[in-house]
Write a protein that binds this ligand. Structure first.
Ligand code: NAD
Length: 260
């Protein structure tokens, strides 16, 4: 009989979390380790990754910090030489330059596309090759509600967040026969360094809080239920999906509450 109690157990799994030095990546590494995974905490900010690994170990989990720059294929390869075979990949690094499209410079365009699309592609490709050889693995890439809805200033970022959705769907189709699943998570608004610019503007911050059904921002740990679910056997029949963890942002129009 199927043992329902083991569905979320990650105790025999190796997880590589890229972007683990901050925000949602840090919370993801902590959550995966709490469910038993050995968490390799990778980041271009090695001090941040080390702090995450330290916190995991303090809580009795298994963790190791790694330097990985997803813009550099050699750095990814060197990181993977340290981890050995990986069962779970979580990739979070992304950047946003919030600016009207007419004001975007070619350099800003390249910066956003290079990290969010090419960097993500490079790390996913390198890890997925090993998973396909092993015949198992779960890949989780962070997209955003901006893959679906936009506002002024989000054009290039939104294009990358929609772009990764299609890339990961294709990967899911290509690797399902080899036992590898690939999915995405689409957060709403989460308080992290990425959104610090918004927190510094009370009007902007409050407008986003009011835009979702709960009337508040999310904390990074609120993304982790979806991460653990997609990493574990609980989602063994789930691939090519995007789970929105957005406080109802995409469901609720939010312009007006009728006087009922
Ligand atoms: N925070 C939000 O409100 C929000 C909303 C929607 C989507 N998201 C998505 O969630 C993901 C995580 O966002 P976050 O808020 O945790 O961001 P964050 O900026 O807090 O963390 C990103 C981490 O990636 C690392 N990083 C940057 N470049 C790297 C590189 N070249 N190689 C390796 N690591 C690198 C950074 O050092 C940092 O530790 C992103 O993909 C973002 O688009 C976030």
């Amino acid at each position: 009989m199927f043992d329902y109690r083991t569905m979320f157990d990650l105790s025999d799994r190796v997880a590589l979390v890229v972007g683990a030095g901050s925000g949602i990546g840090q919370a993801s590494a902590m959550g995966l380790a709490a469910f038993g995974a050995k968490a390799y905490c990778a980041d271009v900010n090695l001090a941040g990754a080390e702090e995450t690994a330290r916190q995991i170990e303090e809580q009795g989990g298994q963790a190791e910090a790694l330097y990985i720059d997803i813009l550099e294929p050699d750095s990814i390869a060197a990181g993977l030489a340290q981890t050995g075979p990986v069962d779970i990949l979580v990739s979070t690094p992304s950047v946003n330059v919030r600016k009207p499209l007419l004001d975007y410079t070619p350099e800003e365009f390249d910066k956003v596309i290079d990290l969010n699309l090419k960097g993500t592609f490079q790390v996913v490709q390198a890890v997925a090759r090993g998973m396909a050889e092993q015949g198992r693995g779960s890949i989780i890439v962070f997209s955003s509600i901006r893959s679906q809805v936009v506002e002024p200033g989000q054009g290039v970022y939104a294009a990358t967040k929609a772009g990764v959705v299609q890339m990961i769907r294709a990967l899911a189709a290509e690797l399902a026969p080899r036992g590898v699943r690939a999915n995405l998570i689409g957060p709403g608004v989460v308080e992290t360094p990425l959104t610090a610019q918004i927190k510094n503007h009370p009007d902007w911050y409050n407008a986003y809080a009011q835009r979702n059904a709960f009337g508040r921002w999310a904390q990074p740990h609120e993304m982790v239920g979806a991460v653990v679910y997609l990493a574990s056997d609980a989602s063994s029949y789930v691939t090519g999906s995007i789970i929105f963890v957005d406080g109802g942002w995409l469901a609720v129009d939010g312009r007006f509450s009728p006087p009922l």
